[in-house]
Design a protein around this ligand. Structure first.
Ligand code: TRP
Length: 372
């Protein structure tokens, strides 16, 4: 590691382009990314559109990944990712990442990979346990370690489900540096402080928003769709039958969303009967606060957040040529950076054969003997 690399605060984060980004992505990571971007505390911010990782369970459907790259970039730009501050790039166009993945594979055992709880859950969800597990999918945490280390990332802001990937990366870094000498930068994860933001459930209360469950609110949804998801799919408290009945706020998805999203200003603006969420919750528990009022407030809170995002998305969508240029330039910059890391790694591993005319000490000896 050279001095320029040392002490720089570098962010890398990313998403698989398998669909449009939703509110879960927003509260779990995008919002924080924008805050970090604007904090001025980082020397470099990189955002990776992980199309290669997306292909590990979509090999038969590359068209889907290709189509969603543009959706994900538009989502980024619309929430306030600023291309002048954050470098956006496409994973598949960075060949250094592939090479690093191949080297890191040798530093990880299959037993270790089998223990990754996030991958385990994904294997179940995708039915790979019965159908057969693609080796690429099984090993994607190694490729994620390549992503993170290639950018010399010190901080990786992600959702809670990504902690095992960062842990795996840290182990690879530790092992690489131990075997080949201090080369890779040790990253750390950064997850949302607000517990509710870490895992926003679907509108139906199921653990996660997922396209196949139809329980998402997408950042690009129109107001009518948002309203329909809240009014039609959010179950509140089944024991809260009449308004006067005491209600439960725990496990009540409307309150889970409010926990993740609403601020005291939202009360001043939309529901001045209460100063804050605690007061509102207390009334609900006591009885006398109707679910309709709660949902209406939530819709207002959501719209306040989503309306500007929607407007920004429309603006970028009408200037798609610029979006293309942003991605292209970002990717070219990322190529330079990741190629430099690969060169450093190969040199640490002493597989930098064409640096001078000697491949090994043995070669040098032979050259000397031959007097050349
Ligand atoms: N695995 C991440 C996800 O599913 C996406 C990702 C790929 C990523 N490479 C990364 C996240 C590097 C952070 C850093 O959301």
């Amino acid at each position: 590691m050279d001095n320029q690399t040392a002490n720089r605060q570098i962010i890398l984060t990313g998403d698989r382009p398998t669909g449009r980004l939703h509110l879960g992505h927003y509260v779990g990571s995008l919002k924080r990314r924008v805050e970090l971007q604007n904090s001025g505390k980082f020397d470099e911010i990189n955002i990776l559109i992980a199309d290669d990782q997306a292909l590990t369970d979509n090999a038969e459907n590359p068209g889907k990944i290709r189509d969603n790259i543009i959706n994900v970039v538009l989502d980024y730009l619309s929430v306030g990712i600023d291309p002048a501050k954050s470098n956006i790039c496409i994973q598949s166009q960075l060949p250094a990442l592939h090479a690093l993945t191949f080297y890191y594979m040798n530093l990880v055992t299959t037993a270790r990979l089998s223990r990754n709880p996030t991958v385990k859950a994904e294997i179940q969800m995708r039915g790979f346990a019965d159908e057969g597990l693609p080796a690429g999918f099984f090993a994607y945490p190694v490729s994620q370690a390549a992503d993170i280390t290639a950018f010399d990332a010190t901080v990786v802001p992600v959702g809670e489900d990504q902690l095992p990937m960062i842990e795996q990366t840290r182990e690879i870094v530790e092992k690489f540096n131990r075997i080949y000498g201090e080369t890779l930068v040790m990253p750390r994860a950064m997850i949302p402080e607000n517990l509710m933001q870490r895992r926003l459930p679907g509108v139906d209360g199921k653990a996660k928003m997922s396209k196949s469950l139809g329980n998402c609110i997408y950042l690009s949804d129109d107001p009518k769709t948002v309203k329909k998801q809240v009014n039609g799919k959010m179950f509140t408290d089944p024991t809260h039958l009449r308004i006067e009945d005491p209600g439960h706020t725990e496990g009540n998805v409307v309150f889970t969303y409010l926990d993740a999203l609403c601020t005291d200003e939202d009360f001043a603006q939309f529901l001045p009967d209460y100063a804050n969420l605690d007061e509102m919750k207390e009334h609900y528990r006591r009885g006398g606060l109707g679910d309709g009022t709660c949902k209406k407030f939530l819709i207002n809170v959501l719209e306040k957040e989503l309306a500007p995002i929607r407007a920004e998305r429309a603006k970028w969508a009408s200037d798609i040529g610029s979006v293309y240029d942003i991605l292209h330039e970002g990717t070219l910059r990322a190529q330079q950076k990741t190629n430099a890391t690969l060169a450093r790694v190969q040199s640490a591993m002493r597989i930098d054969y064409f640096k001078d005319r000697t491949i090994t000490g043995e070669w040098e000896k032979l050259l000397k003997e031959a007097n050349v």
